[in-house]
Design a protein around this ligand. Structure first.
Ligand SMILES: *Cc1c(COP(=O)(O)O)cnc(C)c1O
Length: 427
């Protein structure tokens, strides 16, 4: 699947590669089902003896061409699309962690992921230990239990903007015989490829920069193919022992490096059905074509906005990993030398009340429950996305009550700064 193309070229050329007479643009295969000549052919698909499409709840060609492009961008061996980023993180964990299992998760993950692991998956019998992403190796080691199945964290946390020390997390996870799953939504593979630093599985909310235009909710899971499931057979029986629902197929034996994504497709997608609509995959693919251009502009604009805010008298603090005095500046330089993301957080000297007042005066930047798309937008997590959290959890998640999450778009940055300057004049 891998090519030697650079990321900008992969974004345009990879995935759908037409042969003579075929459409130049990725077709939307708007079909729930697929035809076979013989009953036997169809039967072999259900035994996983042949690979092929039979029902779009499991797999669709349009989706697979887009997943292939994302796979190449990340430098993985196999990938799949899901209907949302939530589904991607759920499947990524549930594929290897069942009732009785345990997950270690960074405290600063996205609020939806925090809920998924600590509330919903807990009801499914999966325990989760939340750790500070700045923990030392020793502290991280203490979080492991005999039934730990994976470690989950974000390259750049939404919205805390904590930069993950991927190598440290990977080293500790591997020392305990479990994979590191990294949600790479904010950095995108344009700015960081977590596999190069030891991550084993990458997830995405493609809803954000990958789509980039706020059109479609979607997700993706990519496997590096590097984690040796068979070396830890007893920990991952779902991959290394026979699956009764497929006449005793053992995924690692039959699919090698494709085992993890194959299982997530033929078992979890089959049973839970969070497939991405092919129409959405088509739009995601269009977004991916311009991802490198957009990321470059997002980062340049965000840097300028962060510097403007930092010098503004009414601003109490600014958090952006591209600022030299930022706690994560060095880590960001190491893992994301070309830039981090377009999201900034900041607080005003007037606190929460001033934040709400200022936000209402913005005209270009829109108040929306979204982040990381072409249009500049703003949100107050404590009142919106994270409002279910206690004050203690907010602090743990790196979300101060006065935190304004400002997602810098790709407009002309002078207009974004003017909008902020005007709004700040009212507080
Ligand atoms: C938005 C987001 C998610 C959830 O994705 P949806 O597509 O909204 O389901 C997961 N992780 C991160 C880092 C996100 O920003």
């Amino acid at each position: 699947m891998a090519s030697n193309y650079r990321r900008e070229t992969i974004c345009i050329q990879s995935g759908w590669k037409p042969t003579t007479g075929q459409p130049r643009v990725l077709p939307i295969i708007q079909s729930t089902t697929y035809k076979y000549d013989t009953s036997e052919q169809m039967g072999r698909l259900f035994d996983l003896e042949d690979s092929g499409y039979f029902y779009t709840r499991l797999q669709n060609p349009t989706n697979d061409f887009v997943a292939q492009k994302i796979c190449e961008l990340e430098g993985g061996v196999a990938a799949m699309l899901t209907s949302s980023g939530q589904a991607a993180n759920y499947y990524a964990v549930f594929n290897i962690c069942e009732a009785g299992g345990h997950v270690i998760m960074s405290s600063t993950v996205y609020g939806g992921t925090f809920n998924l692991l600590t509330v919903t998956m807990k009801k499914m019998g999966i325990e989760c230990t939340v750790v500070d992403p700045d923990s030392t190796e020793e502290e991280l080691n203490q979080a492991f239990r005999p039934n730990t199945k994976c470690v989950l964290a974000e390259t750049i946390a939404n919205p805390a903007l904590v930069v993950l020390d991927i190598e440290k997390f990977a080293k500790v996870a591997h020392a305990h015989g479990v994979p590191l799953i990294v949600d790479n939504t904010f950095a995108t593979p344009i700015n960081c490829r977590p596999f190069e630093f030891g991550a084993d599985i990458v997830t995405h909310s493609t809803t954000k920069y990958m789509d980039g235009h706020a059109m479609c909710v979607g997700g993706a899971i990519v496997d590096s193919g590097n984690f040796d499931w068979d070396a830890h057979k007893d920990k991952f029986p779902g991959l290394t022992t026979p699956d009764d629902s497929y006449h005793g197929v053992t995924y690692t034996e039959k699919f090698g490096k494709g085992a993890y994504i194959t299982k997530a497709t033929v078992q979890l997608m089959r049973d839970l059905g969070s497939i991405q609509a092919p129409q959405n995959a088509f739009l995601l693919n269009v977004g991916l074509e311009t991802l490198p251009l957009r990321m470059e502009r997002h980062c340049a604009n965000a840097q300028a906005v962060a510097e403007f805010l930092e010098s503004h008298e009414k601003v109490a603090w600014v958090n952006y990993p591209g600022l030299k005095n930022n706690k994560y500046y060095e880590l960001a330089q190491k893992y994301m030398p070309d830039g981090t993301c377009g999201v900034i957080s900041f607080g005003l000297k007037g606190g929460r009340a001033a934040a709400e007042k200022m936000m209402d005066k913005l005209t270009l930047a829109a108040i929306v429950t979204h982040v990381a798309d072409a249009r500049t937008c703003v949100l107050h997590p404590a009142s919106h996305t994270h409002r279910q959290m206690t004050d203690e959890q907010l602090v743990e998640a790196g979300v101060a009550p006065d935190l304004i999450r400002f997602s810098v778009g790709i407009e002309n940055v002078a207009d974004i700064i003017e909008d902020l300057a005007t709004a700040l004049s009212f507080v």
